[in-house]
Design a protein around this ligand. Structure first.
Ligand code: GDP
Length: 388
């Protein structure tokens, strides 16, 4: 499907930057346009792939290009004020070509956390295309303010978009990794999963026509449940060469066996669903689902996708599970992407909200105490007078 990507804040901009790189790497064709919005000049300069003329600085009158700290109320306020600046950039998007908007933001910070919901609301009043959000949840150890920001932003963002796709940084961290390296790796995981999904609806005429290619309308219908979505992905190397012939290291021609291909695909769908989701949840609570089989066309087995699809129907109890192929002739992996839409049993969101409420209460207590303590510090019991 053709998307206009809008990265809001530092994390949002970096992820959109990576989406651009991934789209050209796989020849996906899912990025119609990409815009980065920020209150911090330095963050916009740090981007590599978003064209300079698609970078929008907002809030200059209030923060002069220095960012909003982690103040997401300020992030929301400056976005409201400068919404015309963003609209000016969106005006350049060839919207007749577009299937949807995707607004990407880290929910724990200030700019993206506050600004992304404001922008989503604005876009929905103007355009007929769906506006999706991709929200990144902070890791639990980032601290109270990030958790509180994320919980409040989540609550607002999910209301203002047609569907909120969620990625939880907490689940994807590795120990012993620097923050920078960690984000590079995590961002790759993000763009691979979501990128494969979006590219799957974009098979062009020149590509091999598979048995049942996923269409962008199937992605849109799956996401039209609204609410919150999560993605699972599993892959396996099959080591084919670019022309689809078996390379020497795969060994056996059994790989082309119909039964093997069916079993492999069915088990990949299970692995994708029951493995690490971008947002862990009870799979049974999903309202809709989409199974996409990716890889060299000869490995995309209709029976395997159909069995996987049926299995997911049983797991979710939903009648709205779609399935299809995304053939990629040059790929050496065969994989399954599983989109679960409208999930409602998400312990991580409840945990985030609970910690946020506690953080809010603690902040209020600390503030009240600080005021009392400061009053006590300057109080001389009437022994001294201020100058004026
Ligand atoms: P903003 O610029 O004020 O919107 O704030 P940031 O985007 O810098 O940070 C918001 C949150 O995004 C942080 O709490 C992190 O959880 C997360 N974050 C920051 N950078 C990255 C990144 O490169 N990748 C991912 N996945 N998350 C990030």
């Amino acid at each position: 499907m053709k998307l206009a990507l809008i990265g809001f804040g530092q994390a949002g901009g970096k992820v959109v930057d990576q989406f651009l790189a991934y789209d050209s790497e796989i020849g996906g064709g899912f990025v119609e346009d990409a815009i980065a919005v920020n209150t911090a000049t330095a963050d916009l300069h740090g981007l590599e792939n978003v064209p300079e003329d698609r970078r929008v600085l907002v809030g200059q009158a209030r923060v002069n290009g220095h960012g909003v700290g982690a103040d997401n109320e300020l992030g929301a306020a400056v976005t409201e004020t400068d919404i015309d600046e963003i609209q000016h950039a969106v005006d350049q998007v060839p919207t007749h070509e577009l299937d949807a908007f995707l607004v990407v933001a880290g929910l724990g910070g200030g700019t993206g956390s506050g600004g992304a919901p404001v922008l989503a609301k604005h876009l929905r009043t103007i355009y007929t295309q769906p506006v999706y959000g991709l929200g990144l949840l902070p890791a639990m150890d980032e601290g109270g303010i990030y958790t509180l920001n994320a919980a409040r932003s989540f609550q607002t963002f999910v209301r203002e978009v047609d569907n909120l796709l969620v990625f939880d940084n907490d689940v994807w961290r590795s120990t012993g990794e620097s923050v920078g390296d960690g984000y590079d790796r995590i961002n790759r995981e993000i763009v691979e999963r979501f990128g494969l999904l979006f590219a799957s609806g974009e098979v062009s005429d020149g590509d091999v026509v598979a048995e049942s290619v996923v269409d962008s309308s199937e992605i849109i219908n799956t996401l039209s449940s609204g609410g919150v979505s999560t993605i699972g992905y599993a892959s396996e190397s099959v080591g084919t060469s670019g022309d689809g012939l078996l390379s020497s290291f795969t060994g056996s021609t059994d790989d082309f066996d119909e039964g093997n291909a069916t079993n492999r695909m069915t088990s990949l769908v299970r692995k994708a669903t029951l493995g690490r989701l971008t947002l862990p949840c009870d799979v049974g609570s999903a309202d809709r689902g989409l199974v996409v089989a990716t890889g060299p066309p000869e490995y995309l087995n209709r029976k395997g996708v159909e069995r996987g699809r049926q299995w997911l129907e049983d797991e979710t109890g939903s009648m709205e599970i779609r399935g299809g192929d995304y053939p990629r002739a040059d790929d050496t992996d065969v994989g399954a992407v599983v989109l679960l839409s409208g999930v409602t049993d998400v312990p991580r969101v409840k945990q985030l909200q609970q910690v946020a409420v506690e953080a809010k209460e603690t902040t209020a207590t600390v503030q009240a105490n600080a005021e009392d303590e400061f009053a006590a510090l300057v109080d001389t019991g009437g022994e001294l007078d201020a100058l004026f």
